[in-house]
Design a binder for this molecule. Structure first.
Ligand code: ADP
Ligand code: MG
Length: 266
């Protein structure tokens, strides 16, 4: 038993090789047969059932589905915030085709992925109430021990990019919902992530503010960012390049998007 166990143990080099998979350099994220089940008492809920997905660089993909269809579970699994039961989540970590499966990573490596490779945006913003807009955006770089001078320049340029240079010193309570969500977009971009994962980013916003946020997403896409957004709002999803429908944890239909923002409410 002990010998068997020792035999099966890999050294650092072997582990690194086992985890890495050559993928098309153009692919940012490859998801294969992703499955996640929750168990409460005797009830088993399949939140994700063999989900497959390929996201290429510069693609904007929307996943739509009603409440309870598995959207948040998907974002949490891809964002290394929750652990799926099985499947593969391969990120093109060096952006050159060196794919690493986050299912095989340690907690420490997950933390690094979230800090450096994945930009997360949530429905309820998740900003620190005691930090200003500037400080909230700066925080991931503080945790990542980036040089303070570089931090300041980066934060200012990002807040300018999303039109919030006048709100730098404002606390979240001193900003509207749309402004707070723009701060989280800047925060998500701060470490130049491979991909932006957004969970119902406009769920709390009125129609006009929703349109403004979607405009920012489209600008980001046009600047080469890769985005996966989940939403129950089928209208705004239409501006994405591809729209995938999630029903009871399964990807059921995919259609082409690319509708212009002006026409989504037609
Ligand atoms: P959506 O974001 O599309 O509303 P979720 O991913 O939150 O869907 O949930 C998918 C399914 O998994 C739902 O049936 C939900 O009740 C269930 N679920 C989500 N999180 C948990 C959890 N932590 N424990 C048990 N069941 C959960
Ligand atoms: Mg949800």
């Amino acid at each position: 038993m002990t010998i068997e166990k020792k035999k099966g143990r890999m050294n650092k080099q072997q582990r690194a090789t086992a985890k890495s998979i050559r993928i098309d350099p153009d692919i940012v994220l490859l998801v294969q047969d992703l499955t996640k089940t929750y168990t409460i008492g005797n009830t088993k809920i399949t939140a994700l059932n063999k989900v497959n997905l390929t996201i290429r660089k510069g693609e904007f993909i929307a996943v739509v589905g009603p409440s309870g269809s598995g959207k948040t579970t998907l974002i949490n699994c891809l964002g290394a915030l929750d652990f799926p039961d099985s499947g593969k989540i391969i990120y093109n970590v060096d952006a050159k085709g060196m794919g690493l499966d986050i299912m095989l990573m340690t907690n420490k490596q997950h933390k690094k992925m979230r800090l450096r490779k994945i930009g997360l945006i949530f429905q309820f913003y998740n900003l620190f109430p005691i930090l200003t807009a500037f400080e909230n955006v700066e925080l991931p770089m503080v945790i990542d021990k980036i040089d303070p001078k570089l931090r300041g320049e980066k934060v200012k340029s990002l807040l300018k990019r999303i039109g919030l240079e006048e709100r730098m010193e404002h606390l979240p309570t001193q900003m509207s919902g749309g402004e707070q969500q723009r701060v989280t977009i800047a925060r998500a971009l701060v470490n130049d992530p491979l991909i932006i994962l957004a969970d119902e980013p406009t769920g709390e916003l009125d129609t006009e503010t929703t349109t403004n946020i979607m405009k920012i997403f489209l600008d980001l896409k046009n600047a080469g960012e890769s985005i996966l957004m989940v939403t129950h709002n089928v209208r705004i999803a239409e501006v994405a390049d591809r729209i995938i429908t999630l029903t009871d944890g399964e990807f059921v239909v995919e259609k082409k998007g690319g509708k212009s923002l002006e026409n989504i409410y037609d």
